[in-house]
Each structure stands twice: as structure tokens, then as C-alpha cells.
Ligand binder design. Structure first.
Ligand code: HEC
Ligand code: HEC
Length: 300
């Protein structure tokens, strides 16, 4: 081989190596960009779904998502567990499939049931893409070694297998299906309200064993802590509040008369509805307006 030929071959090889390196770098850049978009979307979804409140202790300096928040119910107090990526105290050893199964089916990795104080009856509606991005975000949280607190719930409600019966009666797993007769905006609002925002967990009344009453969907009544919760169907809301009043209330926490709501709703506004984009908030309101009006239940 002549020297020039060798040089040409070397130069060609070098060019090839360089160009493939460049392609690799570009591809890696793309994957990183995609990953950071997923994490950002996931962070937004965690707000739209109010994950923080139930999984963070109510005290100054509490580590976000490290658990310990008490949730009072007629059956006892449940504590939101540590869901940071810590390998033993949190869910660091989980796969995305475990995460999806927990949110969609209310099942632990070992197959045991979760108690429905974890609103999987709503989260079951989440789309695959949203579960995936939420998971990407959860993986970026700093790990905390804080142990999860055991629930303080009496017999027989403390037995996880009893939830199997509850699930038969009240749990319908399955992703949200848009209503073909409704507009895209109303469908987006329905998704935000029912699958992510789980507004019905408080605004839909429950029967004596904690099943939500589908016939009174979002129509208010006694909430999980036994207090009165307002009706969100157009019966009352439409008469008293315009869209702007409602948007102001859900983003700032001030009523048209300048009042502040009870803390249960104040927290939802701080962590969830107050964090939504203007378009998503408008969609949520459009959906609430589209609901069939249900009369307030008579006070007993
Ligand atoms: C209304 C309160 C509430 C909200 C909102 C909530 N959770 Fe939870 N979550 C709980 C409770 C209570 C448990 C424990 C259930 C049990 O022990 O059966 C739990 C359990 C979990 C678990 C299982 C942890 C484990 O160690 O097994 C995961 C994962 C989880 N939640 C993630 C989320 C995510 C993600 C969101 C937002 C999309 C969210 N949660 C929103 C109350 C809540
Ligand atoms: C943890 C329980 C809880 C959850 C979850 C919840 N709310 Fe509320 N909400 C309340 C309570 C309690 C009030 C009554 C506040 C008051 O009167 O001071 C309220 C009041 C309201 C009101 C004012 C209605 C009126 O006529 O005064 C609106 C609107 C509202 N909620 C919308 C929502 C939406 C939308 C969601 C879902 C993103 C939601 N809420 C989730 C507990 C909750």
C-alpha cells in the first residue's frame, strides 16, 4: 500500500469515527432533553394530582414526599408513606411497573391491597404517558431515610384483605375515556378533575363503608372527616359564582366576598388548583359547568 492510500484510509476512518461520535452525542443530547421534558411534565402532574400534601408531614422543614402526614377518616388515621427513592424507607427498589400497578390497581408490589385512603380509585384513570412521566419525576426526588408511620386504624378495617371486598363493590380500574359528545376542553377538564385532581374523594359523598356514591357524583355532603362539603354541580355554584369568580377562588383561595375556605380546600388550592396553567384551570371549570345539576341533599 502506498503511503498516500494509507493516509486516505486513515482520514476516512477518522472522519467516520468522528461523525459517528457526533451522531452519538446528538442522540444522547436528545435522550437527555426528552428525559428532562418528562421530569418537568411529571412535576406538573404531581401538582395536578396533589401527591405532595398526603405524602409530606404538616410541619416546618418536613422533607417533601418523606411521608408521615395523617389522614383522618371514619375508620381511623392513615399516614401517607415515604415515597422518595430511598431503597428501604421509600420506593427506591421499585420499577415503573410497580408504580403503575400501585396507582392504577391499588396493589403493592407483593400483591397486597392498598387502602383506598390512597386515591387510586381516581388515579386508575391516568394515561400511560402521565404515569411514565410522573415516575420519571419521582425518581429525581432526594431520598429520605425517614421510616413510614404505621396506620392507626381499628379492626377489621386494618386488614388489607378486607379491601378486596371493597374493591369488588366500589373500584372500577381503567384509564379515563373521553366522552365523544363533549368538547376537547371539557374532556381535558374531566381528566383533570376525576383522574388527577381526585376532587370526588371529598366532594362526592360516601356510604357507610366508604364507597363513593356514584348517583351523587361531586354533589357534596359529608366529607371524609365528617364535615359538610359543598356541591360542585351547577346547582349552587352556577347561581352564585361566575367563571371568573371560580377561577379566582381555585387559583388564589379567595371567595368573591373575600373569605378564605376551610383548610382542607385551602390545601387543595395551594398544592393543586393554584398550580394549574390557566388553560387547565379553564378546562376544569368548563367541565364542572357541564355536569348534570344535582340538588343539595337535605340536611338530617
Ligand atoms: C388523599 C391522600 C393521598 C394522595 C393525594 C396521594 N396519596 Fe399516595 N398514598 C396515600 C396513602 C394513605 C397511602 C398508603 C396506602 C396503604 O398503606 O394502603 C399511599 C400510598 C402510596 C404509594 C405506595 C407506597 C408504598 O410504600 O407502598 C405510592 C407509590 C403513592 N402513594 C404515590 C402517590 C402519588 C404518585 C400520588 C400523586 C399522583 C399520590 N400518592 C397521592 C395517600 C395519598
Ligand atoms: C381534601 C378534601 C377536598 C378535596 C380533595 C377537594 N375539595 Fe373542594 N372543598 C373542600 C371543602 C371542605 C370545601 C368547603 C370550604 C369552605 O366552605 O370553607 C371545598 C370547597 C370547594 C369549592 C367552593 C364551592 C362553594 O360553593 O363554596 C370549590 C369550587 C371546590 N371546592 C372545588 C374543588 C375542586 C375543583 C377540587 C379538585 C381539584 C376539590 N375541590 C378538591 C374539600 C376538598
Amino acid at each position: 500500500m502506498t503511503k498516500t492510500l494509507k493516509c486516505v484510509i486513515h482520514a476516512r476512518l477518522l472522519a467516520l469515527v468522528l461523525s459517528s461520535l457526533a451522531t452519538c452525542a446528538a442522540a444522547q443530547g436528545n435522550t437527555q432533553a426528552a428525559a428532562s421534558t418528562a421530569v418537568k411534565r411529571g412535576e406538573y402532574l404531581s401538582k395536578a394530582a396533589g401527591c405532595l400534601g398526603c405524602h409530606t408531614e404538616e410541619k416546618k422543614g418536613a422533607v417533601p414526599y418523606a411521608g408521615g402526614r395523617g389522614l383522618k377518616t371514619p375508620f381511623g388515621t392513615f399516614y401517607g408513606p415515604n415515597i422518595t427513592p430511598h431503597p428501604t424507607a421509600g420506593i427506591g427498589k421499585w420499577t415503573e411497573a410497580h408504580f403503575a400497578r400501585a396507582l392504577r390497581h391499588g396493589e403493592r408490589p407483593d400483591g397486597a391491597n392498598y387502602f383506598p385512603a390512597f386515591p387510586y380509585p381516581s388515579f386508575t384513570g391516568m394515561t400511560d404517558a402521565d404515569v411514565r412521566d410522573l415516575w420519571a419525576y419521582m425518581r429525581t426526588l432526594p431520598a429520605s431515610a425517614q421510616p413510614s408511620r404505621p396506620h392507626d386504624v381499628g379492626f377489621p378495617y386494618n386488614l388489607r384483605f378486607t379491601v378486596t371486598v371493597w374493591k369488588w363493590l366500589f373500584f372500577t380500574p381503567g384509564a379515563f375515556t373521553p366522552d365523544p359528545k363533549a368538547t376537547a376542553i371539557v374532556n381535558r377538564g374531566a381528566y383533570l378533575t376525576t383522574a388527577l385532581g381526585h376532587c370526588g374523594e371529598c366532594h362526592t359523598p360516601r356510604n357507610f363503608i366508604g364507597g363513593t356514591r356514584k348517583d351523587r357524583f361531586l354533589a357534596g355532603g359529608k366529607g371524609p372527616e365528617g364535615k359538610d362539603i359543598p356541591n360542585l354541580t351547577p346547582t349552587r355554584l352556577k347561581k352564585q359564582w361566575g367563571d371568573k369568580d371560580l377561577a379566582d377562588f381555585l387559583s388564589t383561595g379567595l371567595t368573591p366576598d373575600g373569605d378564605v375556605p376551610a383548610e382542607a380546600m385551602g390545601e387543595v388550592i395551594r398544592n393543586t388548583t393554584g398550580q394549574l396553567t390557566a388553560a387547565d384551570l379553564a378546562a376544569m371549570i368548563a367541565y364542572l359547568r357541564s355536569l348534570p345539576a344535582i340538588a343539595d341533599e337535605k340536611k338530617k
